[in-house]
Design a binder for this molecule. Sequence first.
Ligand SMILES: [Zn+2]
Length: 236
Amino acid sequence: MGKGYIMKSKGKPNGKKPAPEEKKLYLEPEYTKSRITDFEFKELVMLPREIDLNEWLASNTTTFFHHINLQYSTISEFCTGESCQTMAVCNTQYYWYDERGKKIKCTAPQYVDFVMSSVQKLVTDEDVFPTKYGKEFPNSFESLVKKICKYLFHVLAHIYSSHFKETLALELHGHLNTLYTHFILFIREFNLVDPKETTIMDDLTEVLCSSSGSSSNGSGNGSSNSAGAQNHVKER
Ligand SMILES: [Zn+2]
């Protein structure tokens, strides 16, 4: 049910209000409350004083890649060419672009496969994500990290919009919420993904990230971090 709601929009989120749609199960308070930890993620994502910024971005990005890959794998048997004929998130449809920039029409599982295999290639490429002491990060490092984060976001958003029911049935929604909160606070802290790109999930982000501490009363306004976050990044 619900598959008929996907409109054939272009890949870019356009900020237009979508037509009235199905109630979003993942916004139900009973589910958004569920986390596996009440840890203060805002502090966790901040660059520790003695650590190089690129090192920090590299290790976090790699870790998020593994966790998001794992989270997707829990529902991947339900994400098929039939159930998810396009890479849809709410009313937006994403397309993959090949190396030459050619648009490729693909199903959601194909899209996720493109994402995961290209990210895997990057994070294991010693020239892009160097692990050996003294090896420099390439100039393109930050823009590659941004690209990776954008695509990982699409995967997370797809799990929520198309596979939340299955995630619930597996009782993994607490993990998903925790991973999402941590990821969003990380990309915000370092301005890694254009806010326009994440607008599509703002309703959820607001609920999960404005009160990422132990208080479940969404009193924090969540917007105070973007300006302050710049300072300690620039220091280096
Ligand atoms: Zn799917």
